[in-house]
Design a protein around this ligand. Structure first.
Ligand code: NAI
Length: 328
């Protein structure tokens, strides 16, 4: 199939080109995101391949349909950036990569927890400056602490396995409790109870109308004072001004975000020579107990290779007229 690959970085080109040896699609790579302005690059292609922050709204879908594009292949699991009803109406199939490496994201969540807890981000800089003092680096034993996992799908279960291995008590909240989690000894509780009981809260549910801003002033008020909040799910699960207020009052003791509600215009790119205009993000960066990474939870060799394989297999299935199990 002829495919225009948007938002492609050198690592995407490498993994997709390597995997494509087994599929033989005609891949045309573009570094730019797919927008109404750039969709003219999708010249004589049946499919466009996009990533997590390409805003695939109804207007753009109409432009793509007008150019004869039949498939939008997402190189990611989340699909909150796509107007699915509009795609259906226009007869455009949307496929995704539902699972590639749950371990990648779960392990990144643990890296964020451990860094915030033991302040390795501060220790690294201090020691390099010749400052060997321990003041301000005091952490806590993870063993025996209560970790609340919101959403126990593929990633949430992988995290539950790691946290039970640490000797943590794990609470979970999900619409559909998971048997493997129960077998690990995880207790399913209502969201309010999870918020009230947890020392560390980690978000792993999808972003939708029910979960948008689930971490709001009310939810933060229910949390323990000094709670650690980890968001590797989607930025808009958290109401940013509310969490900034929580950090200022000390109610939120530490925050890590691999995702951010306004990340589209910043993440994945080098803005180090610019003046960043996002005042909320800049305020967050002033807290010593806030750690932000640029949506890199998925970024392991194993995940990139699995993303490439599944994306190309999805396109092959559609090309052969087969039903694609990863269609939305
Ligand atoms: P999944 O679909 O396997 O699991 C999601 C779980 O959330 C399901 O068990 C579902 O029942 C549950 N859920 C849905 N609504 C809920 C609600 N209102 N309250 C509590 N639980 C709810 O998805 P997976 O693979 O575990 O990924 C989870 C999320 O992680 C994705 O939706 C995506 O937004 C994010 N993600 C982030 C990445 C990163 O690089 N930071 C990479 C991959 C995914």
């Amino acid at each position: 199939m002829r495919v225009a690959v948007f938002s492609s970085k050198p690592y995407d080109r490498e993994s997709l080109t390597e995997a494509n040896a087994a599929f033989g699609h005609a891949l045309n790579f573009f570094e730019t995101a797919l927008t109404v302005q750039t969709c003219s690059l999708a010249e004589e292609v049946e499919a466009v391949c996009v990533f997590v922050n390409d805003p695939i709204d109804a207007h753009l879908l109409r432009c793509l349909a007008g150019r004869g594009v039949k498939v939008v292949a997402l190189r990611c699991a989340g699909f909150n950036n796509v107007d699915l009803p509009a795609a259906r109406e226009l007869g455009i199939q949307v496929v995704r990569v539902p699972a590639y490496s749950p371990y990648a994201v779960a392990e990144h969540a643990v890296a964020l927890m451990l860094t915030l807890n033991r302040r390795t981000h501060r220790a690294y800089n201090r020691v390099r400056e010749g400052n060997f003092a321990l003041n301000g680096l005091l952490g806590f034993d993870m063993h025996g602490k209560t970790v609340g996992i919101v959403g126990t799908g593929r990633i949430g279960v992988a995290l539950a396995r790691i946290m039970t291995g640490f000797g943590c008590k794990v609470l979970a909240h999900d619409l559909y409790p998971n048997d493997e989690c129960k077998a690990l000894g995880v207790s399913y509780v209502a969201l309010d109870e999870l918020l009230a009981q947890s020392d560390i809260i980690s978000l792993h549910c999808p972003l939708n109308d029910k979960t948008r801003h689930m971490i709001n002033p009310l939810a933060i008020g229910r949390m323990k004072r000094g709670v650690m909040l980890i968001n590797t799910g989607r930025g808009a699960l958290v109401n940013t001004p509310a969490v900034i207020a929580g950090l200022k009052s000390g109610h939120v003791g530490a925050l890590a975000m691999d995702v951010y509600e306004q990340e589209e215009s910043l993440f994945f790119e080098d803005h180090s020579n610019e003046i960043i205009q996002d005042d909320q993000l800049e305020r967050l960066l002033t807290f010593h107990n806030v750690l932000i990474t640029s949506h890199q939870g998925f970024f392991t060799r194993e995940a990139l290779s699995a993303i490439a394989d599944t994306t190309l297999a999805n396109l092959s299935q559609i090309e052969k007229g087969e039903t694609c199990s990863n269609a939305l």
